[in-house]
Design a protein around this ligand. Structure first.
Ligand code: ADP
Length: 255
């Protein structure tokens, strides 16, 4: 695969205390730079603005308050991009930020503009980093989770592969956080079949979508002839190892 969209979940980027895990972020950037040098093109869809916001101002009060949450994302998005910019600079790569909402994918002209901007950034050797525009996203215009945003981006860009980095090794028959005996499902050809076979309840501490939105993302890209790989982004060198097959995950094959 030459064109890869990589979605990075918020749990990948946070440690147990809720702070940004800079080591993991740096390792991901290092791998993306490596892929780039091999001639691959990469677009990143990154969560984690909220966590970065909490880490930056060192408090997380008014938990349930949506405007407060949006404010935290506004603060954290800058921190997040700053980290990406700094780390990619070590590999002489530039980053470009795009903040999108559902409306951007529903409107022909907007979609065309996004597409052109993405292609231009990639052509110029810049790494696009996409996130939902949280500060304008009320429920009505929300995409809601970055798994879906990653899938929409992969389809829009005609990617060859979507890689979702989460904090679990892949799809299991039941939530591996609650069940020690959960078994990893390595290959998926039939998503409807999969959904009847697994228990998919629960998300992690900062997650929004859970496993369900990841499976839906697979369905979306599979329909466009794009395969999806779900792997554990907390493991060192996971991108490289997952692509060359030395590290396990779940691959959703397009028909
Ligand atoms: P992210 O922030 O990476 O998007 P989420 O917390 O939204 O992650 O979703 C991943 C979580 O889904 C896992 O940490 C796990 O607790 C939960 N989960 C529930 N059921 C399953 C399952 N059958 N297989 C894998 N993960 C599951």
């Amino acid at each position: 695969s030459r064109k890869i969209v990589i979605k990075i979940g918020s749990n990948v980027l946070s440690d147990d205390e809720g702070f940004v895990n800079k080591e993991t972020l740096h390792n991901i950037v290092e791998q993306v730079a490596g892929l780039y040098r091999e001639g691959k093109q990469v677009i990143i869809v990154s969560s984690g603005a909220g966590i970065c916001g909490v880490a930056a101002i060192n408090k997380w009060s008014r938990r349930g308050d949506i405007n407060y949450k949006q404010a935290l994302c506004a603060i954290g998005q800058v921190e997040l991009m700053n980290a990406y910019k700094e780390y990619f600079a070590d590999y002489e790569l530039h980053v470009g930020q795009m903040l999108l909402t559902r409306e951007d994918f529903g409107d022909h002209i907007r979609t065309l503009n996004i597409r052109n901007t993405l292609f231009t950034l990639v052509d110029e050797g810049v790494i696009p980093i996409i996130n939902e525009n949280d500060s304008v996203s009320v429920d009505e215009i929300k995409i809601g989770d970055n798994d879906t945003l990653g899938a929409l981006t992969a389809n829009l860009w005609n990617a060859d592969l979507l890689i979702i980095l989460s904090d679990i090794d892949g799809v299991f028959d039941k939530n591996p956080k609650d069940h020690k005996d959960a078994e990893l499902i390595e290959e998926v050809y039939d998503i409807d079949g999969l959904l009847t076979e697994i228990d998919s309840r629960g998300t992690s501490a900062f997650g929004t979508g859970g496993i369900v939105t990841k499976i839906q993302a697979a369905r979306r890209v599979n329909e466009y002839g794009i395969s999806m790989l779900l792997v554990n982004g907390k493991k060192k060198d996971i991108l490289v190892n997952a692509i060359n097959g030395t590290e396990k995950g779940t691959i959703f094959f397009c028909q």
